[in-house]
Design a protein around this ligand. Sequence first.
Ligand code: ADP
Length: 636
Amino acid sequence: MSASKAEKPSTKKKTAPAAASDEIIAEAVPAAKAKKATPAKKARTAKTASGAVKADKPAKEKAAATKDDKPAKAKAAPAKKAKAEKAEPAPVKKPRTRKPKAAPAEPAEEAPIVPVAEEAPAAPVAEEIPAAPAVEEAPAEETPAPEPVIDYSTPRRSVAFIGSECYPFVKTGGLGDVMYALPRALVKQNCDVKVILPRYKCIPWEYQEKMVYRGAFDMDLCADGKSYYVGIMEYVWDGVVYDFIDNDEFFSWGKPYTDLVEDIPKFCYFAKAALAALNFLDWTPDIIHCHDWQAALVPVYLRTLFADTKLARARTILTIHNLKFQGIYSIPHIKYWSGLPDYVFNKDALTTNWVDANMFKGGLTYANAITTVSPTYAWEIQTPEYGETLDAHLRYHAGKLRGIVNGIDCETWDPWTDQRLPVNYDITNVLDRKKENKRALQEELGLEQDDGKFVLGLISRLTDQKGLDLLNAIIPQIMDGNTQLVVLGTGDKVYEDSFRYYENAYKGAVCSNIMYDETRAHHIYAGADALLVPSRFEPCGLTQLTAMRYGTVPIVRETGGLKDTVEPYNVYTNTGNGFTFDRYDAGLLLDAVNRAKTLYFTNRWCWDEMVQRDMDKDVSWERSAEQYKYLYLELT
Ligand code: ADP
């Protein structure tokens, strides 16, 4: 951001007429930037951005960094020509101030390990477990993670999180992000958090080697009393204790999920082993917070087979991240593997369709509270359209159901410190630097390099849930010569193939990355102008939140968390965060995309304001963590 721009706080948007041509747009852009560079805005930016990192960078130094000369690209469009005369920010190399956080080598805080009476005596098999003293062996240059700043204004509560995935150990979707970020946010809300996860073979070795053996025991599982080994491997990181349940028989697969035939026994075992491990560790939390169907049997076990243990005083919460997957199988199969008493297989608890058992349904019945990841989804799942056959059951339990919207981890997702980006930026220089990221993205993907093009991104599992049939239907209408489409995702073959087809049909304008690639996801968030999320249903959705954090305007369907987090753009008041459509209809998606394009190409001033509004929006976990904390307090 040039000094001259920064010194024009009085330039107000009302002076910028709606641009009708490219040249007018070119004028409007710098003016918009001047407005954003007011000291007030900067102060706000400093407050909302990742405190530690920005605090490290003296204000003057930062200003200088943003004023450095950028090698003006010869191929400047009119807009760029105007800017080339000004002192442009250099393609500043990333302010790599954020160090990887070393796992603190704390001794575990729990009391000596005492197996509960019902479990077989502990049988440590130390020789089977890789020794893991690596917490002390962190590379010398790593600085210890700063202590989290804890808000002591509410009473302390202890919480056990139980779920099937958690970034960065294993992640297939949003659940993994939540299991990572929410516990860390809860630590700051004065919570003592332990996360219990399966120890999958696919967890990267860099984490496996840091795990510390905490003990092992045998546990009865099946109806015939078959006994299984339960090992506990622990890793302490940023104030959160991660306990991994170790059993080669169940978790030796490369992926967390295979098929229901394998997954039902695996997650019956996991739910029971997680509770047995808490007893074994002699740690009775105030709250046991379970996530999705894989952990749904935890409340059922707690109120049945564990009812006479100390653990029974804990209150349980079951969070629905996605109701589509429920863990349904025949009653005899689940009865055998879970070893649960007959009486839980009734129509108000586990039984569904008379002949099947539904693990999620059982958990919803026995949990003290049910949450889901947005207020709109909490309402939607009580309707037949979204309820996945559990709508009546959820209406019955509506008194204990509420929606708390997800956040994102604003340290991981911070365009100012993101080490994966070609060029870092914040709200003060996003308008320039996003273009550089756009050009880098175009170069990386073999698209025509032109920052005047409107780049649409899609980062998604390629499944029916994500509204990809709508997108597929309108791609030919979207591709008008000024638009590019970048897809990143894997999933159903039909969508993978159709996106490949379009890449071939619109060479240089469509790029389909049929893969899972974190780095590329970061590049797309930073380099795209808009991100598509046209989901059929979306419990919360994280991609639209991340997009906003990166100044990428979301185009979403008004469902679930998308409705709760993206305020539709209002052309009359120039407010809102993105473009939305309501009914599940390809024509309406096309209309939303066209409205976005119209604003982008004919009123860049207002578009740029939206970009900055989006970056300024609070998408952090802080507010959600507060709501979870209040729920914990209510329950205890
Ligand atoms: P869901 O949980 O339904 O898959 P969300 O929007 O809640 O959808 O979360 C998806 C998460 O996974 C986001 O963090 C997104 O960036 C990431 N993601 C999805 N697909 C890919 C991919 N192919 N490569 C990298 N990250 C991806």
